[in-house]
Design a protein around this ligand. Structure first.
Ligand code: MRU
Length: 445
């Protein structure tokens, strides 16, 4: 995995200030939603041309080799680094570090990981050996994270295609088969966008005019190949006059809401207000939320749904305050093999995510002498500085300047920490599941 000199994403444009509580909120309409809702408020449409793209297949500009390109979500929103992954291990690292994250994006990432192995790492001309390698690559990438079923689904899609493609063609057609699985992986990204747009269309009409919606984590363009699931509904509904404003849960501990969702919404110009997770109850109690829209990492046969930790609390609150709670996800997130949520494997992450916080940034040297000193200090590989109190800073060179990645402890050393990445919302707390195939009662998918 290597940084490339792709253009950086634009900073979000200035947007109108988030509505104050006095301006809040339109109560949900009791009227059934009119098709193509005519609440024609004078507001510009969402600027979807500014929506970030998450993952795509390209050629690494530094050496002309095929690469899986992805926006590094660990550094957003302040840095828009593009990673060029040229190996299976590179994509695997990106997934495990959450540079690439979000269930549908992981499905595409898994397929592209297998395709990049085939393009850049496979050697030889024996078709059977190639298929063995495809199987091994698919198995390895499927295990990179446990909870989002789309990851193993994506790996299985491309593995199955490789087998059937070769079975249907002469055994000496390996070069064509290799090209075909690259096309297949690229098509999965295109299909994901089409699926998300269908989720958006299916979900938008459930919202009343000028709704204030609340969302958790990032189920937006960044969690998919493009457009988003829960935010896909928001983007579609906003242009129909059904969404006026979005409450964004910051989503501890890694702040996918504060860092990614808020940035996405600001990029497209949809009014949003950031809240800490523990403010959601207060916002709902005041009648300021008309609907909750979340994504999903795995939906069981009975409708129990795993999503980012904190989703369960929202669903319980939604029931208390009579707010519809919608799960928005592609059909590929449904795991019919699991009867209920107690069987979903829940990812446990590094306790350091709770024990401190990370900060990343860039710096420039104030003068030539300082630049020389910093260049000597960072050397070729960059250098980690261990500070008192357990804080750490990693400094490296990039372009004409320097980057830093820091972790600062803000809890007692050796404190015990429990850090599950997901929780399971029982089906009975979910009003409906919105997929590209339509709107379903949980358990009736
Ligand atoms: O740990 P993450 O950031 O991969 O968790 C992501 C979520 O929980 C999302 O809500 C879900 O994957 C849907 S993304 C469209």
């Amino acid at each position: 995995m290597a940084g490339s000199k792709q253009p950086q994403p634009e900073q979000p444009p200035e947007q109108q200030p988030a509505p104050s509580h006095e301006q809040q909120p339109a109560k949900p309409s009791e009227q059934p939603p009119a098709p193509g809702c005519a609440c024609d408020k004078a507001r510009p449409p969402a600027d979807l041309a500014n929506l970030p793209r998450t993952i795509w297949w390209d050629t690494d500009p530094s050496d002309g080799r095929p690469a899986v390109m992805l926006i590094d979500q660990t550094r957003l929103p302040l840095q828009g680094d593009i990673l060029a992954c040229r190996t299976l291990a590179g994509v695997e690292t990106a997934i495990q570090s959450l540079a690439l994250r979000g269930a549908p994006a992981l499905g595409v990432g898994a397929a592209m990981a297998v395709a990049i192995w085939s393009e850049n790492e496979h050697q030889g001309t024996d078709a059977a050996q190639w298929l063995d390698g495809i199987d091994a690559a698919a198995e390895r990438i499927a295990a990179a994270r446990p909870t989002a079923v789309n990851l193993s689904w994506g790996a299985e899609q491309i593995r199955g295609y490789a087998h059937s493609r070769l079975a249907a063609n002469p055994p000496d057609d390996l070069a064509a088969a290799k090209a075909a699985i690259v096309d297949f992986a690229r098509q999965m990204a295109a299909d994901d966008e089409a699926t998300n747009r269908a989720i958006g269309a299916n979900g938008a009409h459930l919202l009343p005019p000028d709704a204030n919606v609340l969302t958790h984590c990032n189920a937006g363009s960044l969690g998919t190949a493009f457009f988003g699931t829960a935010l896909g509904v928001v983007y579609t509904a906003y242009d129909q006059g059904r969404v006026a404003h979005v409450w964004v849960d910051e989503t501890r501990p890694l702040n996918q809401g504060g860092r990614l969702t808020a940035w996405e919404l600001m990029c497209v110009g949809i009014p949003c207000t950031l809240i800490a997770d523990n403010m959601a109850a207060s916002v709902m109690a005041q009648g300021w939320v008309d609907a909750i829209l979340v994504g999903a990492d795995r939906i069981c046969a009975n409708g129990d749904t795993a999503n980012k930790i904190g989703t369960l609390s929202l669903a319980i609150l939604a029931q208390r305050y009579g707010i519809p709670f919608y799960v928005c996800a592609p059909s590929s997130t449904v795991d019919y093999n699991l009867a209920d949520g107690s069987l979903i494997p829940i990812e446990q992450r590094d306790p350091r995510e709770l024990e401190g916080f990370t900060a990343t940034g860039t710096a420039s040297a104030p003068n030539a002498l300082a630049a020389r000193a910093l260049d000597m200090f960072t050397g070729k590989e960059g250098r980690e500085v261990k500070l008192k109190g357990g804080h750490r800073v990693f400094v490296d060179r990039k372009g004409g300047g320097y980057t830093f990645d820091a972790w600062f402890r803000n809890t007692p050393p050796k404190v015990s920490a429990y850090n599950p990445a997901f929780d399971v919302t029982p089906a009975e707390l979910i009003s409906a599941i919105i997929t590209e195939r339509g709107v379903f009662k949980p358990g009736e998918l």
